[in-house]
Design a protein around this ligand. Structure first.
Ligand code: FUB
Length: 315
């Protein structure tokens, strides 16, 4: 094969090849991906729902899982950073769903959806473990807090350039609440996130995520079960946002959940699929793909092999 043909092939491969390789042979999902510099050493950290310890029939694991990498290619299973039992207010068998971690002032804050109706927050001096309950009460509680929504799950935290932190969460109706600078208490009311121009027959489902790129705020989320990962843009972390397009199309599993890391001038998307042998909607695996922007500030849809694609839900 001529060199130019090989080069063309190599250029065509990255999204497909990377997207086809789980970061671990262990079933895991709902990646909360970060690049943290801890004590002078920078690494990628992916906090995950542990599908390997669930029943295989539901997302009923009770601890979270962590993966680390120096370069986003070679990954290490770093074990259990946190288990539900750290929260004494939680039932020990409460399900541990999509986690989030934020770094601030030399500490790490682990936002943990517990049991589907509460979000706890744990704190540690290191990213990979040692987390203790930061409050002794839930940070968000469906039974306690006005406008917490039907299912306060899937927290995602964003800190803007002024240092204001926001937490996004929720199914069916996206929610946002400001966090105080202690990162362990909410500041003001829980509000609904407004998204204009959603295409007909599409909707917000779950898995909200907020990131900023070139001065624009990108609010991305899954449209449901199954769902596409889509995005909307706005001029403020609080919105309103305007729908822009699809990042990841329907997969062959019932959920879609992602996060985006910008590091060293590159953007990386993490999401889950069912690519490992024995994979299913309850046995998911985390994978990654480069994320590209278009000249008008759009995000290019991730190209997946036809064999990876599922179909949209029936109306
Ligand atoms: O892993 C359990 C749930 O599945 C998550 O909370 C959702 O985002 C979906 O991925």
């Amino acid at each position: 094969m001529r060199y130019s043909a090989i080069l063309m092939l190599m250029c065509a491969i990255p999204a497909l090849a990377l997207g086809a390789q789980p970061i671990s042979p262990r079933f895991s999902a709902d990646p909360s991906a970060h690049f943290f510099s801890d004590k002078g050493q920078g690494q990628f950290y992916v906090y995950a729902t542990d599908d390997a310890s669930n029943s295989g029939k539901y997302w009923d694991s009770t601890s979270w899982r962590l993966y680390t990498s120096p370069d986003s290619m070679r990954w290490k299973d770093a074990g259990i950073p946190l288990a539900v039992t750290v929260f004494k207010w939680a039932r020990p068998d409460a399900k541990a769903w999509a986690p989030e971690v934020a770094q601030r002032n030399g500490k790490y804050y682990f936002y943990a959806p517990v049991g589907g109706d509460k979000i706890g927050v744990a704190v540690s001096d290191r990213p990979d473990g040692g987390y203790r309950d930061a409050r002794t009460t839930p940070l968000v509680d469906k039974a306690r807090d006005a406008n917490a929504g039907d299912e306060p799950i899937d927290p995602a935290v964003f800190v803007d350039k002024s240092g204001q932190a926001y937490m996004y969460f929720g199914t069916r109706v996206p929610k946002v609440v400001k966090l105080k600078s202690d990162m362990t208490s909410t500041d003001g009311a829980i509000n609904n996130v407004v998204i204009h121009n959603m295409p007909n027959a599409s909707q917000y489902g779950e898995a909200p995520f907020l990131h900023e790129h070139a001065g624009v705020y990108y609010f991305s989320f899954s449209t449901g079960w199954p769902g596409q990962i889509v995005y909307a843009t706005g001029a403020s972390p609080l919105g309103p946002f305007t729908y822009r397009g699809v990042i990841v199309d329907y997969l062959k599993i019932s959920t879609n959940h992602h996060s985006i890391v910008e590091h060293d001038g590159k953007s990386l998307l993490f999401y889950h699929d069912s690519l490992l042998p024995g994979g299913s909607s309850y046995r998911r695996s985390i994978t990654t793909a480069p994320l590209d922007y278009t000249s008008d500030g759009g995000i290019r849809k991730i190209e997946l092999a036809p064999s990876q694609l599922g179909s949209k839900p029936k109306p």
